[in-house]
Design a binder for this molecule. Structure first.
Ligand SMILES: [Zn+2]
Length: 73
């Protein structure tokens, strides 16, 4: 059974897949358009997943991937 496998998410920076544990979830801070890391991975709302790597963050911001993933207007 695959039920015990960790859920897989796609990094919005490099677009490769990783397990939930290897990626950092970003959400929008209250009343802001700035993505912040959701350390506990429990905040409500849409999340964007990224590797814990500045290169992925950089790629994501250059491609406006945060805007797409988090519906920033
Ligand atoms: Zn990545």
């Amino acid at each position: 059974m695959a039920a015990l496998e960790a859920p897989v998410r796609t990094c919005i920076g490099c677009r490769t897949k990783g397990t939930r544990n290897s990626l950092v979830r970003y959400v929008l801070a209250d009343d802001s358009q700035t993505p912040v890391p959701d350390e506990a991975k429990q905040l409500p709302g849409r999340g964007a997943w990224l590797h814990d790597d500045p290169k992925c963050y950089d790629l994501a911001s250059r491609r406006r991937a945060f805007a797409r993933a988090l519906r920033i207007r």
